[in-house]
Design a binder for this molecule. Sequence first.
Ligand SMILES: NC(=O)c1ccc[n+]([C@@H]2O[C@H](COP(=O)([O-])OP(=O)(O)OC[C@H]3O[C@@H](n4cnc5c(N)ncnc54)[C@H](OP(=O)(O)O)[C@@H]3O)[C@@H](O)[C@H]2O)c1
Length: 318
Amino acid sequence: MGATGLVGQELFHVLKKRGFPVGKLRLFASANSAGKVLHDTELEQLRSGCFSGLDVVFFAAGSDVSKRWAPEAVSQGAFVVDNSSAFRMEEGVPLVVPEINAHTMSANTKLIANPNCSTILALVALAPLHEAFGLRQLIASTYQAVSGSGKGGVDALSAEMRAWCDGCTLSTEHYPKPIVLNVIPLVDTLLEDGSSREEWKLRVESQKILQLPDLKVAATCVRVPVMRAHSMALTVSFDKSFSLEEAKDCLQVAAGVCLYEQEAIPTPQDASGVGDCIAGRLRLTDVLPNGLALWVSGDQLLKGAALNAVQIAEKVFL
Ligand SMILES: NC(=O)c1ccc[n+]([C@@H]2O[C@H](COP(=O)([O-])OP(=O)(O)OC[C@H]3O[C@@H](n4cnc5c(N)ncnc54)[C@H](OP(=O)(O)O)[C@@H]3O)[C@@H](O)[C@H]2O)c1
């Protein structure tokens, strides 16, 4: 569901690349796409009963679509992995990063929520450190790519780059300010307490996934003129003290993490198209008790969305 979108397209490639045993593939998108052909398959529009006979449905078409149609897919017998935020904080719905909390899925779980992309990328690197040293506080500043806001984000940056080169006025239709040669410290909508919904998601989803309801998280989420792959500067406080070498050793063997040595600088371009999160720039800091600062870049369309969703389905079906 959402086959023509950025996440939908990645889902197709990830399923193929990982040899997921797809029998019959059906692709759904909006009414605008119905009847067009993608990957030799005719795109369908959602209608009552359309999920009948399907084993797995990946939802990647936004919260409204998921809220309306995911329960129907479940009631028609499908296992659903939802990429939207519709059910993430709902009690009884597992919010899963397979490297961290696959155990929260049970045989009767029919709907799994894929966490927010920044949350997945941060936690893939932080969970192993948490297991070793006990996570206490997290301060996160994100640098989020335009593809994180779908096709519209990519189109906006592309159009603004062309407009800037041509000396034209920059449009601000997609984002609240121009995104080319700029950074925008607002991702998703503003909440009453002054934080953004993306910052709220990073906090509450981290607490749910790590089963740390009292974890303190201060996040500042920023949109940057990068096409693909999110990055984040993380400053973290732990219960136990540790050496820099111990922190590196921990990440060196962590599933889903590629640790860059000190001289290698991880960037979103390095992370684009890569399944692992790239961690680097590790250093101890005394601004927080048992503090560690690090940088993480990760492909939010892969591990932050499509790859994580397929890994969830693999846990259930393979
Ligand atoms: N982009 C990311 O990095 C990322 C990461 C994690 C999670 N997510 C989540 O994944 C979902 C998809 O994001 P995206 O970035 O792939 O968005 P996108 O590129 O804008 O694609 C949206 C998809 O949803 C379909 N769609 C839109 N409105 C619809 C409707 N009313 N009924 C049926 N289909 C509809 C579109 O079909 P048409 O082409 O026919 O319009 C398209 O296939 C969102 O919930 C998003 O929050 C995205």
